[in-house]
Design a protein around this ligand. Structure first.
Ligand code: SAM
Length: 275
């Protein structure tokens, strides 16, 4: 059998291995091969790439990735899905040696062998932001990627300062790369159909602005500022910076009466350096 997975086969596999999609694991499977090819294309996956997929499920995107890249690593938490994936790939004519399936929780992601260069995933929605930030942190070889997330989360990831969606995920993600919107995906291409809209986000890595110690200090300030986003920085960061919060923020060239939502990553870095 060649080609990608279709709706009938997806239900047939799920039935056969006893998988009844659960909300808890964010199991909404893509049943449209064109969408899978579109996602892989929008990530500019090349033959030389080592692709990482988080949450391969029944394999819809995995097969599209095997079509476009030389090697795919797939991390799946559900052992029934992880066990079935190599057989599905083989049945569709893909070389089993080009696929490595790891049964694990992507929240605990560590360095991988071989080191992936591109991330393509329809992320489990309840853990999409922490999993994405962890992938950026632990996998510095990831050059680019496209992930599908809940539209509201996509808005937050690509938001600019001063907007309602701007928050901790937007600022933190910009430590590692540039994130842009890569379009919306219709609800009708999922099984089961989710009750939220989905969107694609593309990232391209850039050089990180500092070492790990600076990142941790900066991220602690970001958490502080957005935990109380309606407060002025001098109040929101007083727990982190102590009684001299105002003076430290001012010495970094940032207005202590501003709110976190007005600051760029560069501003948080300047405050961390002034500490
Ligand atoms: N990629 C498939 C597709 O597009 O049809 C499935 C996507 S589905 C939205 C999310 C997948 O992630 C499910 O297969 C689910 O079992 C898996 N998953 C959920 N939580 C996970 C975690 N913490 N680590 C790894 N995989 C997870």
């Amino acid at each position: 059998m060649s080609g990608l997975l279709g709706a009938t086969e997806i239900r047939e596999i799920a039935n056969r291995i006893g998988v009844n999609p659960t909300k808890k694991l964010g199991q909404n499977f893509v049943v449209d091969a064109n969408t899978c090819r579109r996602i892989v294309k929008s990530a500019d996956v090349a033959e030389s790439d080592i692709a990482l997929e988080i949450g391969p499920g029944l394999g819809s995107l995995t097969l599209a990735l095997l079509e476009a890249s030389s090697f795919v690593i797939a991390i799946e938490i559900d052992p029934r899905l992880a066990k079935e994936l190599p057989a599905t790939a083989e049945r569709h004519g893909f070389e089993p040696a080009n696929l490595k399936v790891i049964t694990a929780d992507a929240m605990n992601l560590e360095a991988l062998d071989p080191a992936p260069t591109v991330l393509v995933a329809n992320l489990p929605y309840n853990v999409s932001v922490p999993v994405l930030l962890r992938a950026f942190e632990k996998l510095p070889t990831l050059r680019t990627g496209v992930v599908m997330v809940q539209s509201e989360v996509a808005d937050r990831l690509v938001a600019k300062p001063g907007t309602k969606s701007y928050g901790s995920p937007s600022v933190k993600a910009s430590w590692w790369g540039t994130l842009i919107s890569a379009g919306n995906v219709s609800r009708s291409i999922f099984w089961p159909i989710p009750n939220v809209d989905s969107s694609l986000v593309r990232f391209d890595r850039h050089e990180v602005p500092g070492d790990e110690a600076l990142r941790l200090k900066t991220f602690a300030l970001i958490d502080g500022a957005f935990a109380q986003r309606r407060k002025m920085l001098r109040g929101a960061l007083s727990e982190h910076l102590g009684a001299s919060a105002s003076a430290i923020i001012e010495s970094a060239g940032v207005d202590p009466t501003a709110r976190g939502e007005a600051l760029l990553l560069a501003d948080f870095i300047k405050i961390a350096q002034a500490q």
